[in-house]
Design a protein around this ligand. Sequence first.
Ligand code: NDP
Length: 400
Amino acid sequence: MGKVLVIGCGGVASVAIQKCAMNSEVFDEICIASRTVSKCDALKEKLKGKSKAKITTAQVDADKVTDLVELIRKVQPDVVLNLALPYQDLTIMDACLETGVHYVDTANYEPEDTAKFEYKWQWAYREKYEKAGITALLGSGFDPGVTSVFSAYALKHYFDEIHYIDILDCNGGDHGYPFATNFNPEINIREVSAKGSYWEDGHWVETEPMEIKREYDFPEVGMKDMYLLHHEEIESLALNIPGIKRIRFFMTFGQSYLTHLKCLENVGMTSIEPILYEGREIVPLQFLKAVLPDPSTLGPRTKGKTNIGCIFIGKKDGKEKTLYIYNTCDHQECYKEVGSQAVAYTTGVPAMIGAMLVMNGTWQKPGVYNMEEFDPDPFMDALNKWGLPWKICENPQLVD
Ligand code: NDP
């Protein structure tokens, strides 16, 4: 039993908080704190009478360490679950350090003015967290998160050595809009418009955005085009999976999304460089976010399934072996359960599970850790229990 302080109350947080509320045997108190407190209050209201957990709300600007420290001292949580934006990771980590409280997030820190996806800033806290005797669990979403746990699970139970990992993220859902993003548009567009890269033979290989395209026949979804992207879990898996030769990440995109993205890029709307507009500095991508559909409103209109998983190639008892571990998730089923589409659901559920395992001591170890560094079994069991059951396929279709 314990208390979680959730920071942020957007699409992902809404799912994670509802899952914490359903899991009130573990989370008997939940404090929801965000920049716009009315969103926290609305969620608290929605949960009224539905959970045994005590729910409170608070306003906080998570860019300010002193405000965060004050809030943490007042709430006295056992764990802080950071579901704000990647820009707030370091201020929240600093506040956890100052107050001696465990930390969990779902995305690595990004400086607001450069789209750089690297763990170096957060890994720099390792020694400080060790000395403080607290745990930071990084990337407890689906990818990173569940994909990292799938990798640790494959290594523990199926392989002596894993040589190749292909992480495949397929969203077969259709929301009916010509262009919309399934999670925070600013973060999503920064990710997909950045250069691609993959890890091979001990170094990064960089590609142009969307340069590498493959087709894959996804179980329960069907044939989709997918494109190679840089993704943050590659960096930590390259360190933590011994003997790994190559790790790639592919995400599916429909033609309409790509055509709109190209056009928006060509006219400068995806730029993160501030410009002067009517005497005021604005960031074009932030303005674009303001005119795009809010991802949290896509739930009722999105139909279809997601399929996210990892294909492993390696050796067991001297013989080559291939394995595919994946989850499929139905947008409409998620909407029925928590009022959100599957992309928020597949991130919010693992965020709750990560916070639970840190809070109850199963995944507690002073320092800063990525998901694959812990025993995957309790996490894999919890995925089955909390709405993201996974499947294993031996001899899957491989990606060339
Ligand atoms: P949203 O934009 O829907 O929500 C972000 C929330 O953070 C909002 O409630 C926002 O408040 C709040 N927030 C932003 N800035 C501050 C601040 N300075 N102080 C306090 N609160 C703040 O984003 P998502 O829910 O889509 O994404 C949340 C996180 O999940 C992101 O870091 C994203 O990268 C990550 N993610 C991870 C995935 C994974 O698989 N690992 C997949 C998808 C997302 P306000 O309401 O005022 O705007």
